[in-house]
Design a protein around this ligand. Structure first.
Ligand code: 13P
Ligand code: SF4
Length: 319
């Protein structure tokens, strides 16, 4: 505990000395989220992280999350230094959508408006007309559909399928998925529902269709947190990364939160529903990068300008 306190104190001092702000995702460890809160940074979903980093006056933004979040911060803030505890923290959606293959896919369907999820590399964003996150995907696709546009969607097929069903838009889907949400099983959720009939089922739309179909609320991390605060239920089954429990429990201390099972028999294990890349963000590597300036995000300028356009569109649309 003393060692942890020492690390936290040093991180706080370094943040001040560097004029740096810490921006963390809800899936990072509780220690990181707490530090972001205590130091005037923010804990947020991917859309809010992008907006916060963009508006904050600090000269260095430290992004605790996964690489696409750091890249997004750099694309929006080329004049700022963007650091991450480790650049190795990637995302299975990003890895599963290489820019060259994606570009060929776009070339094969020139009649379609290209909409990509934020969980992609700068190079993939540079090929897109729009970037979306799970909190704004539906409204942006609705808007495009109303204009008669056909959509090419990448990379998350589950989120894509969900948006396709809720909007009725014509969507061609890339075949990608999140290794964390992919593991939630409808049968296990069903078992919990039988055990706790009063519980509300909260599901992130990166989950498989059968799980999404069981949800009382489908939404981004911030939308699911909002649901825990506002729904009258006392119990919630939560199908998303269990890092989110820190903020849910903080904002709704009297509610009972139950992890959705990641195995068909209803069994659950803490490490299953936790992103291995989010878990790479720790106090030690955070302090290291603050001291050394190591693990800095850099994005090629021409690429950055191309990736900025669809990102700006998203921020303007949701402003
Ligand atoms: P949101 O925070 O935008 O819901 O995204 C979830 C996610 O997968 C981030 O890795
Ligand atoms: Fe990517 Fe899934 Fe991890 Fe989010 S939880 S960063 S979508 S692998």
């Amino acid at each position: 505990a003393d060692e942890k306190r020492r690390l936290e104190d040093e991180i706080k001092a370094e943040l001040k000395a560097r004029n740096a702000v810490l921006v963390a995702h809800y899936y990072t460890d509780a220690d990181i989220q707490r530090l972001a809160e205590e130091t005037g940074g923010c804990v947020a979903d991917s859309l809010e992280m992008a907006r916060f980093g963009n508006q904050h006056p600090a000269s260095t933004v430290v992004v605790a999350g996964v690489k696409f979040m750091g890249e997004t911060a750099k694309i929006l803030n080329p004049e700022k230094t963007v650091l991450m505890p480790t650049l190795e923290a990637t995302c299975s959606l990003d890895v599963g959508c290489p820019a060259d293959e994606f570009s060929a896919f776009c070339d094969a369907h020139p009649d379609r408006t290209v909409v990509v999820y934020a969980n992609t590399s700068a190079a993939v964003k540079a090929r897109a007309d729009w970037v979306v996150t799970s909190s704004c995907a539906q409204s942006i696709v609705e808007h495009l559909d109303a204009q008669g546009e056909k959509i090419l969607w990448a990379p998350d097929k589950h989120l894509g399928r969900y948006i396709e069903r809720t909007t009725g838009a014509d969507m061609l889907l890339w075949d990608g998925s999140c290794i964390v949400h992919e593991e939630f099983k409808a049968r296990g959720v069903d078992d919990l529902k039988a055990l706790y009939p009063d519980a509300a089922i909260l599901v992130h739309p990166e989950s498989p269709e059968a799980v999404v179909d069981m949800a009382d609320v489908v939404g981004s991390t911030s939308q699911l947190i909002h649901a825990v605060q506002t729904l009258p239920n006392e119990r919630f089954v939560v199908a998303t990364d269990n890092g989110i429990f820190y903020k849910m429990q903080q904002l709704a201390p009297n509610k009972t939160l139950i992890e959705a099972p990641t195995a068909g028999n209803g069994a659950t294990c803490r490490s299953c529903a936790h992103c291995p890349w989010m878990a790479m963000n720790g106090l030690e590597n955070l302090l290291h990068v603050l001291r050394t300036g190591d693990q800095e995000i850099r994005v090629d300028e021409a690429l950055r300008e191309d990736a900025l356009r669809p990102l700006r569109r998203m921020l303007d649309f949701t402003a």
